[in-house]
Design a protein around this ligand. Structure first.
Ligand SMILES: Cc1ncc(COP(=O)(O)O)c(C=O)c1O
Length: 361
């Protein structure tokens, strides 16, 4: 992108392009790892009522610290992972992307390390925040390699080390024992280990939230955008030592989380059983879709998330992506040569995707 000379845009931002999956209308939208199940009528009404109540006091600023919401998030995490975290261990923001940004603002003085391919916003937010970013390596099949990770931490001594589990876009999980071992090495160099668990609810691995009370330098990022089917509301959070949460309060904007968002998210958490019920069907659909891809002669990587990265087609990834779009199916070209990523949709969307592929291969 070329910028006009009169615009004093920071030099380090000038070569960047904005992040964003194309928002193109399609019959099957399978490109951003959203949950295909809309809120039930009962939940829509409950959110409507809660938001209606808040609407009567919109002349006032919201609870700056979102205490009620954070307490509900703590209850959910304790229920899901048998932890004993409290409101002071939780920070909430507008999506986990805002959480990532706040982490860089608070702690990004030095080098940050991640193991690619992984979630591209980690490195992009690092650049925007002015933190030096280093791409660490994975195995050639894209799985996480603890030895390589330890070596990279020992070489670069990063202040922030990012791991994503299950990883986006590859779908593989990192075991708790690997996370724990890496956390100890990170601590030796005075850094923080950031574990992005955006897709944790789809995985059988024990969550890194179980490490937080023993290892205060571990920060776990979670979101309601995926398993909770709540992407439009924008609610992400972290689980960490209380000192990390206190640091977030230094960098957050005052009243960053609107009263409307807080009210809607509180209702969604009260309906968590219903919302999370979709997770099991998505896991089954993921396995069925992997099998269908295999039957078409393609190969998908083992995934414990709500998407599959697949390969084995003869066209280039951008070509196949465009041909699928012509057939009304929008998936994701993540920029890995020979690979495309598809989000698990509802039954009709998954069928539409497989039918379209069958015609194209
Ligand atoms: C690994 C990972 N982390 C974080 C996010 C951001 O999610 P949100 O900002 O919707 O909470 C995503 C979104 O796709 C993701 O894949």
């Amino acid at each position: 992108m070329s910028w006009p000379t009169w615009l004093p845009l920071r030099k380090d931002l000038q070569p960047l392009t904005p992040y964003g999956a194309p928002q193109i209308p399609a019959d099957a939208t399978l490109n951003t790892n959203e949950n295909p199940y809309p809120p039930s009528l009962e939940l829509q009404n409950a959110i409507g009522q809660a938001v209606g109540k808040v609407a009567t006091t919109l002349n006032r600023y919201p609870d700056r610290d979102a205490d009620v919401l954070r307490a509900k998030l703590a209850t959910y995490i304790n229920e899901a992972s048998s932890t004993q975290v409290h409101v002071e261990n939780i920070w909430a923001a507008n999506g986990s992307n805002e959480i990532i940004q706040s982490i860089f603002l608070a702690f990004g003085d030095g080098t940050a390390l991640g193991f690619t391919p992984s979630y591209s916003m980690h490195s992009l937010i690092a650049k925007v925040a002015g933190t030096n970013w280093i791409d660490g390596a994975r195995n050639s099949d894209f799985t996480f390699n603890l030895d390589l990770a330890i070596q990279a931490v020992q070489t670069h001594k990063p202040v922030l080390t990012f791991i994503t589990t299950p990883n986006n876009p590859t779908g593989d999980s990192i075991t708790l024992s690997d996370i724990s071992a890496l956390a100890d090495i990170v601590a030796e160099h005075g850094g923080l280990l950031i574990v992005d668990e955006a897709y944790a609810e789809f995985s059988q691995e024990t969550s890194a939230t179980t490490l937080v009370t023993k290892k205060p330098h571990v920060i776990v990022i979670r979101t309601m955008s995926k398993a909770f089917a709540f992407a439009g509301a924008r609610l992400g959070y972290l689980v960490a030592d209380a000192n990390v949460v206190d640091s977030m309060m230094l960098v957050r904007l005052p009243y960053h989380l609107s009263a409307l968002t807080q009210a809607a998210a509180e209702v969604a958490l009260d309906h968590r059983r219903e919302l999370l019920a979709g997770v099991q069907s998505l896991i089954h659909a993921r396995e069925a879709l992997a099998l269908s891809l295999h039957e078409l002669g393609l190969k998908s990587l083992p995934s414990s998330a709500n998407f599959l990265l697949f390969t084995g087609f003869s066209a280039s990834a951008p070509q196949l992506w465009a041909s699928l779009l012509e057939k009304g199916v929008l998936i994701r070209d993540v920029g890995l040569s020979g690979y495309l990523r598809v989000t698990i949709g509802n039954e009709a969307e998954n069928k539409r995707f497989i039918d379209a592929l069958e015609q194209l291969l």
